[in-house]
Design a protein around this ligand. Structure first.
Ligand SMILES: CC[C@H](C(=O)O)C(=O)SCCNC(=O)CCNC(=O)[C@H](O)C(C)(C)COP(=O)(O)OP(=O)(O)OC[C@H]1O[C@@H](n2cnc3c(N)ncnc32)[C@H](O)[C@@H]1OP(=O)(O)O
Ligand SMILES: [Co+2]
Length: 134
């Protein structure tokens, strides 16, 4: 794993949370992006080498909607940057971790992503991200 690429935080409303995090972090949100396949709208803030990703559900089928319903607002996942996501997925599968996708999928912020089941990672939802070469 190269670094913590972002920390995902589930929020009820980006309209409320973006200004709050702009005040908290003393920096502006640099990107807002909807990921339709995940039924989420995201907002990103840079913090040194890593980022904060705020996530608002755009539909009831969203993992974020279910999380908010069950646990309320809060830290949702930790994303690690990797060089080669498919290689890392194969390595982690061999190590006995449960991947939630057989193939990486298009995520936000120009990344290929996949997730590991939190049951196998001490209750922490882990995301892997690989930058898509421009
Ligand atoms: C990709 C766009 C963007 C990006 O960075 O590019 C994103 O990050 S999108 C983020 C939203 N998408 C996802 O989270 C996709 C992966 N997540 C899932 O597939 C599900 O949420 C899953 C499998 C983690 C949980 O399943 P479900 O949503 O159906 O909820 P359950 O209540 O059935 O959960 C089962 C079990 O897992 C625990 N759980 C759920 N979410 C989390 C979490 N974020 N962190 C830790 N644990 C979590 C939940 O409490 C249940 O445990 P139990 O002991 O049975 O209560
Ligand atoms: Co994420």
């Amino acid at each position: 794993m190269l670094k913590v690429e972002h920390i995902g935080i589930a929020v009820q409303s980006l309209q409320v949370s973006i200004p709050l995090f702009e005040k908290l972090l003393n920096t502006s949100c640099y990107k807002q992006e909807t990921v339709a396949s995940e039924y989420v709208e995201t907002a990103f803030f840079r913090q040194g080498e890593t980022k904060i990703e705020l996530l608002e559900a755009t539909g009831g089928e969203s993992a974020i909607a279910r999380f908010l319903e069950k646990k309320g607002e809060g830290i949702h996942h930790i994303a690690f940057e990797v060089n080669d996501i498919r290689e890392e997925m194969a390595r982690l599968t061999a190590e006995g971790f449960t991947l939630l996708q057989a193939e990486p999928k298009l995520g936000a912020d120009n990344k290929l992503v996949c997730f590991l089941h939190p049951k196998g990672t001490n209750g922490v939802l882990v995301e892997l991200c690989q930058e898509i070469e421009k």
